[in-house]
Write a protein that binds this ligand. Structure first.
Ligand code: ATP
Length: 877
């Protein structure tokens, strides 16, 4: 370790600390940070040993199917067809190169997604607080932490405000540990006892702190652990696994049929090598060589597209699950609504007034405003006039600004002596001030919490007892405001006996001051998205920390809450048994004043009904619910790092409509993969039928192994990828959510594969006989090969979607046109370029025969399109 690194690692003495403390306001300069970034490298854990290019390349040959092909090449060599052997090996190498490129491309695309979802850190540089992506944090940086943050580097705590962190990623201990800024005597101290240090990978569960970075990347405690572990294997997605299983089963069936064909040929007294070539052709015809790479390519392209549309998927597996989502549980504030709060009516001293009618001559109204400005952290940017901070608190500052009251002057007059920060569980926030020499606590928060804790009511006649009638009157006003969809914040105060540290116990026996209501309009696009989701058989549920009546009113505006639906509060949910919840579940569309535990129960209840559930969350405590949901969704802008870590999808615009869009995209990716499988397998089926027919009828071979490899690996791959990028059609929203248990190869898909395969085989056999009658075995083979290739290229258009091309539009998928053209060029090259004609053993074609190939190849597509058109017309599409 060089001396500079050493300096930061031993940063534990008072002496060094005090030097850093004097830098605390300033932090590193931008230039210093940059030079340290160069010196130490990016703050990222190396992912253990990455596979080398050669390793990945060699792995491509481990496949059972590839083994069969190598055997085929050797058999070709034995039969004296050296050209075939060369072509098979060339194709195999090309395939392995493509596989290797695709492996690294997929890895890169996953890495870029990872980088997009990497946590960020709040650092002080050049005296300014900026947010930087975690890889750019360097030793010596001053970093601020607050609840919900992820610690991105090791460091020594300089200032501590009740910091608690979860260090389970390092110690395995799930209980949060308290931290201190005190100097711990040096010596042999265990990790968990180094309470003045924070470690990379820990999560802040409570409080705030400022620390100086002492180690980054592999120089952290987590880095040391990571270095010991090898790279974790990228797990295959369920779809990839089921396709792998399918391929294995297919390989066994193929080998059995090959054996049968071989025996049959011997029985017909064909020479043994000819019999072997038949078996080899069948094996090559049947193996969908490109299937697995194409599925991965389509999935990777799907995630890139989603990222461009603000939904960042953290793994490929989630894309498949996404398409099966049938319940979306969404937070209200900021996701379904705009999170732009503006003040509306206020209630104080028994009067309900408009915000701008606030009268500072009235003692209660004046105190209400004073409290609103003192017990909040939002501010106004003096230059632009824009309000900055938590939207609920911004509304309070706006209220002051409307009647010309400057929050800064108020705050300077009454400095804050202490605070109990807002937390969604408590739903309160308190600040402590000296008001004319009297230590006073100002508390604001949810009315149901604060009203219960108020023993007095402030009126212009002074403090009066909070009677049942007065409480009922305030509750009535709250209901009236909430019914209009307004968020109602309540305010109370209390005198303390002395200036001292605050505890949560202080938040009781209040004097109630009044109410300030604010409006947070629904996002217009959310209304459409809720309707779209409903059309697609997806139920939207609102889950919020807000009041039940406010939430129901907003849910009604959004189309989530309909006549006959129910709204439930967290307390009511707690009182319910699981059985009761299961019975009423379908009716409940709004959950208000929920706790993070409530979210987990709601997810569990829907999952018991076999539904695939997505759940949003932004707080630290939401992490377990995000993990429990099938698709946990975190907020990219307002979400905590902890929630982003637990989620499988991050919304970079915090918008509900993006979730619905992502589900539609997930459905699209799944449908496209299914269509690509349909295309590849039906084409293969055509090849199998032809080889089986010719072998059973004791005819000459319809194709050489190279022909089938050429089709499977080259001319078929291009349309398959084009099908994979088919734009999501509107029809996706008319489908019901996919049954997650349904296998990808359904009976209806298998039937279609058979029928399409039979049609293409019929055309190919037609060409085969034409060749046989006009020139013999070699011409028959050339005709069969060309027709099969071209028919499969045409067939690419059939598999783009359920509907006919008239409905889909020929030019709506440009890639499919490009794939077709490229396929035709490749086929023409093989048929007409001299060297290639020898390699592919093709006979010369006359113009009429070439015309016959095109005509025959088009027939299956014409029949399929006619059938689709009739079905479209019947369905009124
Ligand atoms: P969501 O709908 O996303 O769950 P929410 O904003 O409705 O979010 P919380 O932020 O947990 O939920 O707020 C719950 C309640 O706490 C609010 O209805 C309000 O009464 C109160 N509250 C919100 N922000 C503050 C704040 N800054 N200070 C005091 N009380 C607040």
């Amino acid at each position: 370790m060089d001396t500079e690194k050493q300096r930061w690692h031993t940063l534990e003495t008072e002496q060094v600390l005090s030097s850093v403390k004097s830098d605390r306001q300033q932090g590193l300069s931008g230039a210093e940070a940059e030079s340290r970034l160069e010196q130490y490298g990016p703050n990222a854990l190396s992912e253990g040993k990455k596979k080398s290019v050669l390793q990945v390349f060699l792995e491509q040959f481990k496949d059972l199917m590839v083994m069969i092909l190598i055997v085929a090449a050797l058999i070709s060599l034995a039969t004296g067809e050296a050209e075939s052997t060369i072509v098979i090996f060339a194709v195999l190498i090309l395939n392995a190169v493509l596989g290797t490129v695709q492996h690294f491309k997929a890895e890169k695309s996953l890495e870029s997604l990872k980088a997009m979802s990497a946590p960020s850190a709040k650092v002080i540089r050049d005296g300014v607080r900026t947010t930087v992506p975690s890889p750019q944090v360097v030793p010596g940086d001053i970093v601020e932490l607050e609840a919900g943050d992820m610690v991105v580097a090791d460091g020594r705590i300089l200032e501590n405000y009740s910091l608690k962190v979860n260090e389970s990623s390092l110690t395995g201990e799930s209980e949060a540990v308290e931290k201190t800024a005190d100097v711990i005597p040096k010596g042999d101290v265990a990790l968990g006892d180094r309470k003045n240090m924070v470690f990379s990978g820990s999560l802040v569960t409570y409080g705030r702190a400022v620390f100086v970075v002492t180690g980054t990347g592999m120089d952290t405690e987590l880095g040391k652990v990571a270095a010991l572990m090898n790279q974790t294997q990228q797990r295959k997605t369920p779809l990839q696994q089921s396709l792998d299983n399918f391929s294995k089963k297919l390989a066994i069936i193929i080998m059995a049929i090959c054996a049968l064909v071989f025996v049959l040929a011997l029985y017909r007294q064909k020479p043994i090598l000819d019999a072997l070539m038949f078996a080899v052709a069948l094996a090559v015809a049947a193996i969908p060589e490109a299937l697995s790479s194409i599925v991965t390519i389509v999935q990777a392209m799907g995630t890139q597209k989603m990222a461009r549309q603000n939904a960042i998927m953290k793994d490929l597996k989630a894309v498949e699950t996404l398409g099966a989502v049938s319940v979306i549980c969404s937070d209200k504030t900021g996701t379904l609504t705009q999170n732009k709060m503006t003040p509306q009516k206020i209630y104080a001293d028994g009067m309900l007034l408009d915000g701008d009618q606030l009268d500072l001559a009235n003692d209660v109204q004046r105190l209400l405003l004073k409290e609103a400005l003192l017990a909040s952290d939002a501010t106004t940017d003096k230059e632009t006039g824009a309000e900055i901070g938590d939207p609920t608190e911004v509304a309070l500052v706006m209220l002051g600004n409307r009647i010309g009251v400057d929050e800064v002057a108020y705050r300077r007059q009454h400095p804050r002596l202490g605070e109990l920060a807002f937390d969604s569980d408590r739903k309160l926030m308190s600040t402590f001030h000296s008001v004319e020499g009297v230590p006073t606590l100002y508390t604001k928060g949810a009315i149901d919490v604060l009203l219960e804790r108020s023993a007095w009511l402030l009126t212009s006649q002074g403090k009066v007892e909070m009677t049942q009638e007065r409480r009922a009157e305030i509750a009535r006003v709250n209901t009236e405001l909430s019914r209009q969809g307004l968020r109602v914040l309540s305010f109370a105060c209390k005198e303390l006996e002395a200036v001292r540290p605050l505890t949560l116990e202080d938040e009781r026996d209040f004097t109630f001051v009044g109410l300030i209501s604010m409006i947070d309009p629904p996002r217009p696009e959310a209304i459409q998205a809720v309707a779209d989701a409903k059309r697609g058989g997806i139920r939207t549920i609102m889950i919020t920390g807000d009041h039940k009546i406010t939430a129901s009113a907003i849910a009604r505006q959004l189309g989530i809450f309909r006549d006959g639906d129910e709204a439930l509060s967290g307390v009511e949910l707690d009182a319910m048994s699981d059985d009761e919840l299961d019975q009423r579940l379908e009716k409940i569309s709004v959950y208000a004043r929920v706790s993070p535990e409530n979210k987990i129960r709601i997810v569990g209840a829907w999952q018991r009904k076999g539904r695939i559930v997505s759940m949003t969350g932004d707080g630290v405590n939401d992490a377990p619910a995000l993990k429990a949901a099938d698709i946990g969704v975190a907020m990219g802008i307002t979400g905590t790092e902890v929630s982003k870590d637990a989620a499988s999808m991050i919304l970079s615009d915090d918008n509900f409509a993006t979730i619905v869009k992502a589900v539609v995209n997930g459905r699209g990716v799944y449908t496209n993969i299914k269509n690509a499988i349909n295309f590849l397998l039906s084409g293969n089926m055509a090849g199998i039928f032809c080889v089986l027919i010719t072998s059973l009828a004791n005819l000459p071979m319809p194709f050489a192994a190279v022909h089938l490899l050429f089709i499977n690996l080259l001319t078929d791959s291009l349309p398959a990828i084009a099908i994979g990028v088919e734009p999501a059609g509107k029809g996706l929203l008319d489908q019901k959510p996919r049954d997650p248990k349904e296998p990808i190869l359904t009976r209806s898909l298998l039937t279609r594969i058979m029928v399409y395969g039979a049609l293409i085989a019929a055309a190919t056999m037609g060409a085969f006989f034409l060749g046989l009658n006009n020139g013999g075995d070699a011409l028959a083979m050339t005709m069969a090969f060309s027709t099969l290739t071209l028919a499969r290229l045409f067939h690419g258009f059939n598999c783009r979607g359920e509907s006919s091309l008239f409905r889909l539009g020929l030019t709506t998928n440009k890639a499919s046109l490009g794939a077709f053209a490229a396929g035709v060029v490749l086929l023409a090259a093989v048929l007409f370029i001299p060297g290639l004609t020898t390699l592919f053993q093709v006979a010369p074609l006359t113009l009429p025969l070439a015309g016959a190939i095109v005509g025959l190849a088009l027939v299956p597509t014409l029949i399929i399109q006619a059938w689709k058109l009739i079905r479209d017309l019947k369905k009124g599409r």
